[in-house]
Unconditional design. Structure first.
Length: 396
C-alpha cells in the first residue's frame, strides 16, 4: 500500500495578511508552493493535494472562548467596531493588527489543519498530512498573540479528540518561539504531550518555555521544554534533538505525531538570534520521518509556523515535504524559482542552493573554545534532564 502524503493548500491562504509592513507575509506560502512545484514534488505518485474549507464555529469554539470568537467575527465585518476594545483580546496595532476578513482567513487556517488531521486519522493509506499555512501556536483561549488569531493546532487537536475521546497525541514544536498557546491550552491534559524546542524565553518572545513548566494536575509531566541558548548551532541543535526526541516518543508511544515546523531558528531570520541553517532542518525531517514509523503508529500531522526570511521558508519546507515523500533532492534550485525570488523579494540575498553549505555558527564556535564548552555543558544538562526527569514522568 502506498503511504500517501496529503498537502493542504489553497491560494486563499494569501488572505491571512496583516499588511505590507508586517513580518508574517503570506507571500512565503506562495513561494513555498511554487518551489515545491518546480522541484517536481507536486506530481509525485504519493502526494494528494487537497483544498481546505473554513473550520466551523463549533470546531473553533472547542479551543476558543465563544465571546472571543464573536469578537473576531464582528471585527471581520467591521474593523472599526467601537463597541469592542481590541487590546483586551490581544488585537491592535503592533503584532496583531485588525484586518478586514480576519475571521474567514483565520478559520480557513484552522480548517486546513483540521483537514490534515482528519485525513491522517481516518485513512490508513494517508500517513502524513501537511498544512504549511498552519502553526499559529501562540493564540490562547481568549486572546490573539504573536501573529496568531485562532490556534489552528488546538482546533485540530480538539477535532482528533472529538473523533477519538482517549486519543494520545505527541505535539512537537521546533519554532524558535516557545509553543506557549498549545502548551497552556493542554497544560492539564496527559493525552496531549507538548514538547517545545525554542530560543530560551530569557532572550525571546513570549518569555515562557522554561524547563520547570511541566504541566499541572493530571497533565503534570506532560509538558516538556528545551529552551536553547542564542547562537545554538546546527550540530548542537541536531545532536540534542536526535538524542531526546526518539527517546521521548518511544516512552510516550502516541497514536499520532503532530509537529509545528516553524523554521525561524535559521541564522538569517530577522526576528531571532539562533545559528541553525537549512541543513539542520533536513536532518530533523529525517528523524521525524523515522520516529513516525517507529513510535507514532505511522501517523504524522505537520503544520508550518514561523519563519520570516522569504527565501528560507520555501527551501526548508520543500525539504520537509521531500523527506515525507522519500525523495532525495539535489542541492540546487530551479533557475525559474531563483528569478521569481529576485523579482518578488528583491530585498533579500538571492539563494542559489536548496540548503546552505556553510554553517556560520559552527565556524564561530570553532574559533571560540569557551563558548563551545558553555554550549556543550548546557546541552548536556538538557540531555540529563530529559533522561532523569522528562522521560520518567511520562513513563509512569
Ligand atoms: Zn516563531
Amino acid at each position: 500500500m502506498l503511504e500517501k502524503v496529503a498537502l493542504i493548500y489553497t491560494d486563499q491562504y494569501q488572505k491571512y495578511d496583516f499588511g505590507p509592513d508586517h513580518p508574517l507575509r503570506p507571500l512565503r506560502l506562495k513561494l513555498t508552493y511554487d518551489l515545491m512545484e518546480r522541484l517536481n514534488l507536486l506530481k509525485h505518485e504519493r502526494i494528494e493535494i487537497k483544498k481546505p474549507i473554513i473550520a466551523t464555529r463549533e470546531q473553533i469554539e472547542r479551543a476558543h472562548d465563544p465571546e472571543y470568537v464573536e469578537v473576531i467575527k464582528k471585527l471581520d465585518a467591521n474593523p472599526n467596531d467601537s463597541s469592542i476594545f481590541p487590546y483586551d483580546y490581544g488585537l491592535g496595532p503592533g503584532d496583531n493588527p485588525i484586518f478586514k476578513g480576519m475571521y474567514e482567513a483565520s478559520a480557513l487556517v484552522c480548517g486546513a489543519s483540521t483537514l490534515a488531521a482528519d485525513l491522517v486519522w481516518k485513512n490508513d493509506d494517508i500517513m502524513i498530512g501537511f498544512n504549511p499555512a498552519g502553526g499559529l501556536h501562540h493564540a490562547n483561549k481568549k486572546r490573539a498573540s504573536g501573529f496568531c488569531i485562532f490556534n489552528d493546532i488546538a482546533v485540530a487537536i480538539h477535532h482528533l479528540k472529538y473523533l477519538k475521546k482517549d486519543i494520545r497525541i505527541a505535539y512537537l514544536d521546533i519554532d524558535c518561539h516557545h509553543g506557549d498557546g498549545v502548551q497552556w491550552l493542554f497544560y492539564d491534559d496527559p493525552n496531549v504531550l507538548t514538547i517545545s524546542f525554542h530560543e530560551s524565553g530569557n532572550f525571546l518572545f513570549p518569555g515562557t518555555g522554561h524547563t520547570n513548566e511541566v504541566g499541572e494536575g493530571a497533565g503534570k509531566g506532560y509538558s516538556i521544554n528545551f529552551p536553547l541558548l542564542p547562537d545554538t548551532s546546527n550540530k548542537m541543535f541536531v545532536k540534542l534533538f536526535r538524542y531526546c526526541v526518539p527517546r521521548i516518543l518511544e516512552a510516550y508511544a502516541p497514536d499520532v505525531l503532530f509537529t509545528q515546523l516553524g523554521v525561524d531558528m535559521h541564522y538569517s531570520d530577522p526576528l531571532t538570534q539562533m545559528g541553525v541553517s537549512i541543513s539542520a532542518y533536513k536532518d530533523i525531517a529525517q528523524t521525524l520521518y523515522t520516529c513516525t514509523h517507529d513510535y507514532c503508529q505511522n501517523r504524522w500531522i505537520a503544520v508550518g509556523g514561523g519563519g520570516y526570511s522569504m527565501t528560507v521558508v520555501p527551501r526548508a519546507w520543500s525539504l520537509f515535504l521531500a523527506r515525507m515523500l522519500d525523495v532525495n533532492l539535489e542541492n540546487e534550485l530551479p533557475p525559474e524559482w531563483i528569478e521569481q525570488v529576485k523579482k518578488e523579494v528583491p530585498g533579500e540575498d538571492t539563494p542559489y542552493l536548496l540548503w546552505d553549505r556553510d554553517d556560520r555558527t559552527e565556524v564561530q564556535l570553532l574559533s571560540n573554545p569557551e563558548l563551545t564548552k558553555k554550549m556543550i555543558d548546557y546541552n548536556n544538562s538538557l540531555k540529563a534532564l530529559c533522561d532523569n526527569e522528562f522521560i520518567p514522568n511520562i513513563s509512569k
